[in-house]
Design a binder for this molecule. Structure first.
Ligand SMILES: *[C@@H]1O[C@H](CO)[C@@H](O)[C@H](O)[C@H]1NC(C)=O
Ligand SMILES: *[C@@H]1O[C@H](CO)[C@@H](O)[C@H](O)[C@H]1NC(C)=O
Ligand SMILES: *[C@@H]1O[C@H](CO)[C@@H](O)[C@H](O)[C@H]1NC(C)=O
Ligand SMILES: [Zn+2]
Length: 649
């Protein structure tokens, strides 16, 4: 998967597109109302589908009809309004934790899984009417949450509480500070006229961003090639392609098609035209949209008192300041330039040998990186694919996660799902058998399904008013291809890497034990959220794990594989993702710190359970009260550093 795609999916699932789902600004559940809501929802499904099992402790509702989705969205909004109004009505001198903060936290915890129940079918439902209803529901909910985030009455009440500083504990304090910060980043502490201007600019930014994203999503362009032009691509990939009337094969400008062409296609001109067209999807979007966006963002940041948009965007992240980011990038590039030049020379030579005197472009990277590895180690990646049936990869991943982090996955038969391919797992603590959470896997690509790979939080860890802990629920969406005969598919190595990565997110979501939904699981510092996922990628380069995931074909040696360590399966497509402005460094930032963790704790013993359990308890489980740097330092026993990454390269 590519950097840009992932950035996007994380926007959607975690930080959520246009900040909607996770930017809860308000609202506290009058518990009874939410409970009612849940009960109504529950009845619905019981009547309709009595055989399906409900997952104890999960409020997530799956396979809703279009009308159920819209109805639920309206209920969510009505309930949220009620709670917000009730909080706002508390006189400023009467604010307490119990009448302001607690109801708000409860609302967020309760409504999150319901909101996600409305929103995620847009990505995965097999029915067009459901996907449409889901998108419509998302718009309504977005608009509502947006309005909540601008409620001055609610802000004043929360601010009054924060100023009094009667904290329950450190985590509650952190939570309240985040609430205040969210409001103030929306300009709620500015004068009325400035705030108006800010909101006007925000509306323009949203509209421009929306247009930009819509243009990309609406792009269903494809290129046509004959088989000779696609030489090198695996036969089963070719078999799966649609054909045009004149028998040519369609390569859609979607990541899984484009990635396969760039990795496998021997024909330089094909790689170039696909890469060019893919890159162009963004170029085509009127550049003026981007130009206006940059201007509006700058104005926005200035109004809020920041010197530039980068300062505004980075201020809430692990890196903290643009200066720190520039230093980081400079250090990295100084240390890696020589190496990069050498590596590039090797690739250029190889291209000259294979294709003659053509210039080497970025579109040649994936293919020739792969060729160099094949040559050096006498491997054929087409063959390796034979070794990686998805079922074997999955059980390998489960085994690694179990051995490292002490988590046991157990499949639930007969759970409610939206497609018969979807599988549901309970996740238990291996030692105590405590149920930690649930995980849905929707692995195979199909018509109408979201075209990228990502993890969505469906329900977050939270401590409810009753004192019970709400358990997390996650959903992994990927694009594996099924075999032509409909049986379980085989995975390319890069797809295996991508699954490991996504399972890192799943583990983080499931292990987290935060008390507040707003700061739980994947709703953490975006510079930090990629670290566990990047870390887990390392295990698929290790012979240890390859033995597990290729157990089925162990007869043949796979000696060469550990060399893949240090190869970078990440992005080859430098396309601009709108939500990534000013924070493009983030991917490499998390990669660097993941490398540090791997090198210092697991490199010599990839099955180091002690380190795995420490990582779980010190990094994954905590609530985010401590900053990411502190958490990592606590785990490493020193400050994180870029040395390990440089050395590994
Ligand atoms: C508004 O809040 C921001 C962030 O907390 C702070 O930096 C700024 O000084 C505040 N502005 C006013 C006018 O109080
Ligand atoms: C954007 O599109 C408009 C209308 O299609 C065109 O007039 C304008 O020149 C384009 N601007 C850029 C920067 O491409
Ligand atoms: C989802 O619901 C529809 C109708 O409500 C039903 O026909 C279908 O079988 C359900 N899908 C699954 C996988 O349970
Ligand atoms: Zn990720």
């Amino acid at each position: 998967m590519t950097e840009s795609e992932e950035g996007k999916c994380e926007k959607m699932g975690k930080v959520k597109k246009r900040g909607s789902v996770l930017v809860f600004t308000g609202a506290a559940a009058v518990v009874a109302i939410t409970a009612n809501l849940a009960i109504t929802a529950f009845k619905y499904r019981k009547e309709k589908n009595a055989k399906k099992k409900d997952l104890a402790g999960s409020k997530v509702r799956v396979n809703l009809s279009a009308s159920e989705i819209l109805k639920l969205a309206d209920q969510i909004i009505a309930n949220s309004n009620k709670v917000h109004n009730s909080i706002a009505s508390v006189p400023l001198d009467k604010v307490t934790y119990a009448n302001v903060i607690s109801p708000l936290a409860e609302l967020q915890a309760q409504q999150f899984p319901l909101i996600q129940s409305c929103v995620f079918p847009k990505l995965v439902s097999t029915r067009e009417d459901v996907r449409k209803a889901s998108a419509e529901a998302e718009q309504r909910i977005d608009a509502h949450l947006d309005a909540c985030s601008k409620r001055e009455d609610v802000y004043l009440v929360i601010k009054a509480f924060a100023v009094r500083g009667e904290w329950m504990n450190a985590e509650a304090k952190h939570f309240v500070q985040i609430l205040v910060r969210d409001f103030e980043r929306n300009g709620l502490n500015l004068t009325a006229s400035k705030r108006e201007e800010l909101q006007r600019i925000r509306a323009q930014i949203d509209e421009l961003s929306f247009k930009y994203i819509q243009n990309l999503n609406d792009d269903s362009k494809f290129l046509l090639f004959n088989e000779a032009e696609l030489a090198g691509l695996p036969p089963d990939f070719l078999k799966g392609l649609d054909k045009s009337e004149n028998g040519k094969l369609k390569i859609f400008l979607r990541s899984h098609h484009v990635a396969a062409v760039l990795e496998f296609c021997k024909v330089g001109t094909t790689r170039r035209s696909v890469s060019g067209a893919y890159g162009n999807r963004c170029g085509e979007i009127n550049v003026s949209i981007l130009e206006s966006l940059v201007q509006q963002r700058h104005k926005y940041a200035r109004l809020l008192g920041y010197s530039c948009y980068a300062e505004y965007a980075i201020g809430v992240r692990m890196a903290k300041t643009p200066k720190k980011v520039f230093e980081f990038l400079k250090d990295m590039s100084t240390s890696l330039t020589d190496l990069a030049v050498k590596e590039l020379d090797v690739l250029k030579d190889l291209k000259k040998k294979e294709e003659g005197e053509f210039p080497f472009g970025i579109e040649d990277l994936p293919y020739y990186v792969k060729r160099v590895e094949e040559q050096g180690y006498d491997l054929d990646f087409g063959d390796i694919k034979q070794y990686l049936p998805i079922s074997v990869v999955l059980s390998g991943i489960f085994k690694i996660i179990q051995d490292l982090f002490g988590l046991r996955f157990e499949e639930i038969a007969g759970a409610d799902v939206w497609h018969c391919d979807v599988r549901v797992f309970s996740v238990f603590d291996l030692g105590s058998s405590e149920l930690l959470g649930y995980c849905y896997l929707d692995l195979f690509s199909r018509e109408g399904k979201y075209g990228h790979t990502c993890v969505l939080a469906l329900q977050n860890s939270a401590l409810t008013i009753s004192g019970a802990r709400q358990i997390p629920v996650g959903l992994l969406i990927s694009q594996c291809q099924k075999d032509a005969d409909g049986s379980s598919g085989l995975l390319r190595f890069s797809e295996v890497v991508s699954l490991f990565h996504e399972f890192g997110h799943v583990v983080q979501q499931i292990c987290n034990r935060a008390s507040f939904s707003r700061i739980s699981g994947l709703c953490v510092d975006p510079d930090f959220v990629e670290i566990p996922a990047q870390l887990l990628e390392n295990w698929c380069y290790e012979s240890y794990s390859l033995k597990l995931i290729s157990g089925f074909h162990q007869a043949r040696e796979m000696l060469g594989l550990p060399i893949l360590e240090g190869t970078n399966p990440a992005s080859y497509f430098p396309s601009v993702v709108i939500g990534y402005e000013a924070v493009c460094y983030s991917r490499i930032w998390s990669e660097v710190f993941a490398a540090d963790i791997f090198t210092s704790k697991f490199c010599n013993d990839v099955s180091n359970q002690h380190a795995g359990m420490q990582f779980r308890s010190k990094v994954l489980t905590p609530s985010g009260v401590k900053g990411p740097l502190e958490v990592l330092s606590d785990f490493l026993g020193r400050k994180p550093s870029i040395e390990a990454y440089i050395r590994a390269k």
